[in-house]
Design a protein. Structure first.
Length: 208
């Protein structure tokens, strides 16, 4: 039996993003996260009513979760925790206010590594056609790097191809220290070596 799929999306007044995302993609359930405010509640409800009608015609369950500005991260964390026990989850961070989007991303990053295996993060451009996607496990892996390793990572990303000498110069660190860090990053499959230069592995290169 195929794995169920749930779309968890931050939601504001515009349902077009959701419709575009689910078009041609299998989705068993949609959970919309919306911030409850006196000014925006009626507009959100109107958009949700229309979207739910479309979802019903597609045979997709669609629910709206009203959230308040108190305990946003913990509430979203609970929702994501529950859904990863049932299905693969796409966390779609395109609609709704910024505070909701950032809270959803923060909640996702606090999930366990096992739960992160089941979540994919997606963000679409609002004024242009561009989609950014990353497995949550990849984001967590990058965040888990310590400060110096992240610096090496980002300098390598900026340079494209980086030599040990160049990285040591930019970081202001001894070559043996940088070399030890590079070997650790190679073991983690974050960077790889070609000749005398270091490059990002594909999974992190695509992310950055």
């Amino acid at each position: 039996m195929s794995e169920k799929r749930t779309l968890v999306a931050t939601f504001g007044f515009d349902m077009d993003f959701i419709l575009r995302r689910i078009s041609g993609r299998k989705c068993d359930r949609i959970i919309l996260l919306s911030l409850k405010t006196p000014e925006g509640q009626k507009r959100v409800e109107k958009a949700y009513t229309t979207l739910k009608t479309v979802c019903i015609s597609m045979g997709v369950d669609c629910t709206l979760e009203w959230l308040t500005d108190k305990g946003l991260v913990r509430t979203i964390y609970s929702i994501l925790s529950e859904e990863t026990g049932k299905a693969d989850v796409e966390l779609y961070l395109t609609g709704g206010p910024r505070i909701l989007v950032i809270s959803a991303l923060t909640a996702a990053l606090t999930l366990s590594n096992k739960q992160a295996e089941k979540i994919n993060i997606v963000v679409e451009g609002e004024a242009f056609e561009k989609t950014w996607e990353a497995p949550l496990k990849t984001l967590k892996k990058m965040v888990a790097l310590d400060e110096k390793s992240r610096e090496i990572l980002m300098h390598t990303a900026v340079l494209g191809r980086a030599s040990l000498a160049e990285l040591a110069r930019r970081l202001g660190l001894p070559k043996p220290t940088v070399l030890r860090r590079l070997r650790e990053l190679m073991n983690e499959e974050v960077v790889y070596k070609v000749g005398d230069e270091y490059l990002l592995c594909s999974w992190i290169d695509q992310l950055l």
